[in-house]
Structure formats: structure tokens, C-alpha cells
Design a protein around this ligand. Structure first.
Ligand SMILES: Cc1cc2nc3c(=O)[nH]c(=O)nc-3n(C[C@H](O)[C@H](O)[C@H](O)COP(=O)(O)OP(=O)(O)OC[C@H]3O[C@@H](n4cnc5c(N)ncnc54)[C@H](O)[C@@H]3O)c2cc1C
Length: 385
């Protein structure tokens, strides 16, 4: 085993130059201040998953904040991952309702650019940039989460396309999205190579053979679903990437899914509210607020470094796993910390934020791959397995 001095560097050096991005940050803050003063949204926790607001998405699109990394030829803005990082960080820190376009903008854009056909690029990218096309993620199934290679949804070739049958679950936003990319088995399981024989398909969530049932959270909220595919027809031109290469494609999509600032900023609005209460002497000063701010500051640097790796097209799965473990633990700790500050005299707005954060907290370390599983990815990066 390596000595501590020779451990490999897991997260690359910081990549976000504060001076070079200051004016973009200021521009986004000004946009957010205008939206807030117009009453366009109420800052909330976990708003990137639960804050579905198509008008807000349209306002972002009008300012060029959607599809920032999409090349101009596909209607995009040809900007860098670092610039997208700055914009998304500001939106998350403000608790803005960005759920409608989040998945499309975060992972469908880079996946379609990498694996999509010319027809798919022209079909989806301009609509995503305009805030007109929303996507879900069709990976998990009732018995396949961490062990994603065990998916049982099957795709069978027919004249002109494929018939998909199976059940997807925990599909965020499927009841409102236009499409998802489903991972399905296109060849029987090969015991010596379980990752072979998987393929991806762009499925029209409003098409025949697709049945969407709500999965309602304990607090009554509805943001994820069960999606039953009952011989849902996918035409040949909506096969995504190569038949049989689904595993390689899905793992590259996961790097984008896991690497962003939403993995440490889901409860930032609450941390700010804690600080403001203390500053206004509406609660006892507690040094833990400083500890949490310090963790967020470090995660800002680390997550920006991952955006730099994506910009350079470097592999990012290991640094993304590090940031996601540390980040989701921090955002959960913020919920727990704030929960200790509520008492009978707490103001209702603060109590509402705390209650939402506590409700959403169990999902932080599960969604996008559990922390236990990601520790395995980190161990691989350290050469331990
Ligand atoms: C809020 C939320 C939104 C989601 N949205 C989507 C979505 O839009 N689309 C989608 O496809 N999925 C979505 N998911 C599903 C998510 O990806 C899965 O919940 C996750 O991958 C874990 O799978 P599982 O729930 O089947 O748990 P399991 O894989 O059954 O794991 C159960 C427990 O066992 C542990 N475990 C499993 N394997 C190992 C191992 N090898 N080593 C150590 N421990 C292990 C896990 O860490 C976990 O604690 C969402 C989940 C949440 C909570």
C-alpha cells in the first residue's frame, strides 16, 4: 500500500479564477436580485430537485443561462464549463427554482454532444437551450440502484425500432418531463461481463406504452415517479449511442450527474438564514456556523476544480465522487445544525426551511449514487482496489 506521502492527488488544483469570473457572477446576482424583487420566486432548499418553475427556466434561457456549453451551431452559447459552474453556483446559492431544466442542462447536453447523432443534436439541443425541453433520468429500477448493471428493462428489436418493457423508479420529474434516456438490456446477461449487452434509448415520456405513477414523499410532495414501460416503441433514430455500449455511456453521464455544485449547495439558503439570525441576534451565536461555512468554501474550490477537469475533458469520476461524498454530508449537516436552532419562538419562514431540509436530507447521500458506493470509487482512485 502507498505511504501517505505518495497517495495520488484525487481532486485537481482549483480552476476557477475569481478575477476572470467576477463580472459573470455579478451579472447573475443582478438577475437574481431582479427576479426576487419582482416576486418571481421564494428561495428554498433543494430547489434544484423540487423547484419546478417553467417561467423561471424561460427567464434563465432569455438571459443565456441555459445550454451555456452547447456550441453556437446547435443554438447554444459556446461558453465554458467554468462559466456554467459560476452561473449554476449562484442559482443554487440563491435557492432558485431550477428543477425543470436541471437534468437536461446538466447531463443530457454533454451526453448528447458526446454520443448523440446529428439528428438528435438538432432535435434536442436548441430546445434545451430555449428552455422548451425537459428530461428525466431512466436508470434506477425497483431492484437495481447501486448495482445498475442488473437492470431488467428489456429492449427488443422490431421493424423500424425497439420495444421497451420494464419498470423504472425514483424518476425525478418524469410526470412533467418530455423524455428520459432509459438504460435497458439488449442482450442476455453474460456472467463473465455483466456490463455488456446494455444500451440507451431516448424515450418519449408522453408516448404510448409509457405509464407514469407518482411516488409521493412522506411530506406529501410529488417529485419522483415510477415509470412503467409496456412495449413502449422507440424508433431507430432515438437509439442513443451504440447498441451494447450503454454501460460506458451511462458511466460517463454519471460523472456529470455527480460533479456539480448542487452536491453541496442544496441547503445553502438555510445556512445563510442561520447566519443572518445570529447576526441579528435572533438566536445564540454558535461557532458551528463558521465550521459549516468553512466546509462550503473548501467545497466551492473543489467543485470548481472538477468543472476545470470537465473543461479539459479529463476523467472526472474520482474527483466528482470525492466532492459528492464531502458535499452531500455537509449539506445534510447544515440541515441537522439548523434543526437544533428551531424552538417555539422560531419564525415560521425559518421553521419551514428547516422542515423542508430535514425532509429532503435522507436523499442527499443516496441520489446520484450512494456515499458507500462512491467510497468504493475513491478507493479505486487511491489504488486500494
Ligand atoms: C431524491 C432522489 C431522486 C432520485 N432520482 C432519480 C432519477 O431521477 N432517476 C433514477 O434513475 N434514479 C433516481 N434516484 C435513485 C438513486 O439513484 C438510487 O436511490 C441510488 O442509486 C441507490 O439505489 P437504491 O435506492 O436501489 O439502493 P440500494 O442500491 O439497494 O442500496 C441500499 C443500501 O445498500 C448500500 N450498498 C449497496 N451496494 C453497496 C456496495 N457495493 N457497497 C457498500 N454498500 C452498498 C447503499 O449504499 C445503500 O445504503 C433518486 C433517488 C433519490 C433519493
Amino acid at each position: 500500500m502507498s505511504s501517505p506521502q505518495t497517495l495520488p492527488r484525487l481532486v485537481p488544483p482549483a480552476a476557477v479564477d475569481p478575477a476572470g469570473t467576477a463580472s459573470l457572477r455579478a451579472e447573475v446576482r443582478e438577475f437574481l436580485a431582479e427576479q426576487l424583487s419582482a416576486g418571481a420566486f421564494t428561495p428554498s432548499v433543494d430547489a434544484w430537485l423540487t423547484g419546478w418553475d417553467e417561467n423561471f427556466t424561460k427567464a434563465l434561457a432569455a438571459h443565456g443561462y441555459l445550454g451555456m456549453t452547447v456550441p453556437v451551431e446547435y443554438g447554444g452559447h459556446g461558453r465554458s464549463f467554468i462559466e456554467r459552474f459560476v452561473v449554476t453556483e449562484e442559482l443554487l446559492a440563491a435557492g432558485a427554482p431550477v428543477a425543470a431544466h436541471w437534468i437536461a442542462d446538466r447531463q443530457i447536453v454533454p451526453s448528447v454532444l458526446k454520443y448523440g447523432t446529428e439528428h438528435q443534436k438538432k432535435e434536442f439541443l436548441p430546445r434545451i437551450v430555449r428552455g422548451d425541453c425537459f428530461f428525466g433520468i431512466g436508470m434506477s429500477e425497483p431492484d437495481s440502484g447501486s448495482d445498475l448493471a442488473s437492470v431488467r428493462t428489456k429492449a427488443v428489436p422490431v421493424d423500424g425500432g425497439w420495444l421497451l418493457s420494464g419498470t423504472k423508479v425514483w424518476t425525478s420529474g418524469a410526470h412533467r418531463a418530455h423524455a428520459f434516456i432509459a438504460l435497458a438490456r439488449t442482450a442476455p446477461v453474460d456472467r463473465d461481463n455483466r456490463h455488456a449487452g446494455l444500451s440507451q434509448f431516448i424515450v418519449d415520456l408522453r408516448g404510448p406504452g409509457v405509464h407514469i405513477r407518482p411516488v409521493v414523499s412522506m411530506n406529501g410532495a410529488h417529485h419522483f415517479n415510477e415509470v412503467i414501460l409496456d412495449e413502449a416503441f422507440v424508433p431507430d433514430d432515438m437509439v442513443f449511442g451504440e447498441i451494447g455500449a450503454g454501460w460506458r455511456q451511462v458511466t460517463s453521464e454519471l460523472a456529470f450527474e455527480r460533479s456539480g455544485p448542487e452536491r453541496f449547495l442544496s441547503t445553502f439558503v438555510l445556512l445563510r438564514a442561520c447566519g443572518e439570525r445570529m447576526a441579528a441576534q435572533r438566536g445564540a451565536a454558535d461557532p458551528d456556523v463558521g465550521r459549516l461555512v468553512a466546509r462550503i468554501a473548501a467545497l466551492h474550490q473543489m467543485s470548481g476544480a472538477v468543472a476545470g477537469a470537465l473543461e479539459r475533458r479529463d476523467p472526472a469520476d474520482i474527483p466528482a465522487a470525492v466532492v459528492k461524498i464531502l458535499g452531500t454530508t455537509t449539506e445534510g449537516d447544515i440541515a441537522d445544525f439548523a434543526d437544533t436552532l428551531t424552538n417555539d419562538t422560531a419564525d415560521p419562514e425559518f421553521a419551514q426551511l428547516v422542515s423542508l431540509a430535514v425532509d429532503q436530507r435522507p436523499g442527499f447521500t443516496l441520489r446520484g449514487g450512494t456515499n458507500e458506493v462512491l467510497r468504493g470509487v475513491v478507493a479505486r482512485g487511491l489504488g486500494l482496489r
